[in-house]
Write a protein that binds this ligand. Structure first.
Ligand code: HEM
Length: 414
């Protein structure tokens, strides 16, 4: 019997263009208001449905491709799609690529990451003067590139670090702004092509200079079976793109929240506290603030049956700030994550790294990096916030913090 499809309720009955325009203006506000007004299953356009209930989020994320897929055949791939990367693959091809990378991200390898993070912080702090005002996001981005690239390639990127950071930041910026078709010789397209070339050249140099391997890094794993450079390039590019900005954003948001909560700063040296603070920062300001899947079968949600080809949106921003799952959801309360704390009231109400088979391969790495860098910074210096009221999230590919500045104050030992 053919399924009867019915559209869930939504702003303007879920009819297209006006909603898309409202979304483009203020995505975080639009999604939050849509759920507040219409409930946990909301039509945003005829083919886009937002799911806000953790039951549905869990069902979508643990699915193994039977009902929903991440990359459907029809997904348009832009010039920066890096189609050969694991992140952009499906089925058996994805499985092979994920198995190849997994060992490089195991927690046994995170001791070296901690070491690199500590050294990175020492050097960064050494470059600051007492009383200097810093752009926190800029500084954390440099640090995250240094530490991240060292973990992925097994050594510090040296002179390539700046070039990588610049190219990745430019690509993220250029691809998150609305663009005309790629073949038009617009300034944005030209800049994008130039940045992609720079990224290519730098990654090629990193691969060329890579030694014998054997350290178990992601780059060792990628080079082991001698794939074509394009595949190594696509994989490295997505690892850097997905790992670097998100980690820098998480760190910056955490430092911003700590700047407003001196009581929490004082506890950063306590067992488990820095980790709880990092989790709480990623609840309030999830770097991945929205994600999607596409249905390949009729999919039931909220009593409605959605047709195949429906794009299901899941928003960490919306669900992480829902009072049903997090009492005092708007407050920074690292204690919720400590043993005996309330945690989330539902397993899938907190998903900063996604979940299920396609959950973030770098989750432990990112958490460890954020925790160690923040704790180390708090032990060495105090960051006095400058105009914290003016700080705003910018929902681009990742949730970027705008306007986080601080004055560096050295902490006297003891
Ligand atoms: C705070 C930092 C990070 C956040 C918030 C984050 C978030 C996420 C999320 C939400 C997903 C799932 C996307 C989906 O299912 O559609 C994901 C996947 C992924 N992440 Fe992360 N990530 C972070 C750091 C990293 C790092 C450090 C790396 C590696 C260096 C990394 C590599 C990946 C890869 C390769 C995938 C794709 C997995 C797959 O398709 O099987 N991420 N990440």
């Amino acid at each position: 019997m053919p399924a009867t499809y019915t559209a869930p309720p939504g702003p303007r009955g879920g009819r297209g263009t006006a909603n898309a325009a409202d979304y483009a203006l203020d995505p975080l506000g639009f999604l939050t208001r849509a759920v507040g007004e219409f409930g946990d299953v909301v039509s945003l356009t005829p083919s886009n449905v937002l799911l806000a209930h953790p039951d549905d989020i869990g069902r979508v994320l643990v699915d193994r491709g039977e009902n929903v897929v991440k990359i459907s055949d029809g997904t348009r791939r832009g010039p920066t799609g890096f189609p050969l990367a694991m992140m952009n693959s499906e089925g058996a091809d994805w499985e092979r690529k994920r198995a190849r990378l997994r060992p490089a991200f195991r927690s046994e390898r995170l001791g070296q990451l901690e070491q690199a993070a500590r050294e990175g912080v020492a050097r960064t702090v050494g470059s600051w003067a007492d009383g200097q005002t810093i752009d926190v996001h800029h500084e954390m981005s440099r640090l995250a590139m240094l530490v991240g690239a060292a973990h992925i390639a097994g050594r510090e990127p040296g002179e390539h670090g700046e070039a990588l950071a610049r190219a990745v930041a430019a690509i993220m910026r250029l691809t998150s702004s609305p663009r005309l078709p790629a073949w038009l010789p617009t300034r944005v397209n030209r800049d994008l092509r130039r940045s992609l070339r720079a990224l290519d050249d730098t990654l090629a140099a990193l691969v060329r200079e890579h030694g014998e391997g054997g350290a178990g890094t992601a780059l060792d794993a990628l080079l082991a079976d001698g794939p074509p450079f394009a595949e190594v390039r696509d994989e490295l590019a997505t690892l850097l793109m997905s790992g670097y900005e998100t980690t820098a954003d998480a760190l910056t948001w955490l430092l911003h929240l700590l700047g407003r909560n001196p009581g929490a700063v004082a506890r950063m040296g306590e067992e488990g506290f820095a980790s709880a603070a990092a989790k709480e920062a990623m609840r309030l300001y999830p770097p991945a603030w929205v994600m999607s899947r596409e249905t390949v079968r009729p999919f039931e949600a909220g009593g409605h049956i959605l047709p195949p080809g429906t794009v299901l949106g899941l928003s960490q921003w919306v669900t992480h700030r829902d009072e049903r799952w997090f009492p005092e959801a708007g407050e920074f309360r690292p204690e919720r994550w400590l043993p005996g704390g309330s945690g989330p009231a539902h397993r899938y109400a907190y998903f900063p790294f996604g979940a299920g088979p396609r959950g973030c391969v770098g989750a432990s790495m990112a958490l460890r990096e954020v925790r160690v860098i923040a704790a180390e910074l708090c032990a060495r210096i105090r960051l006095e916030p400058v105009d914290p009221e003016a700080v705003r999230p910018r929902p681009a590919l990742a949730l970027q913090p705008l306007g986080v500045r601080a004055v560096v104050r050295t902490v006297s030992p003891g």
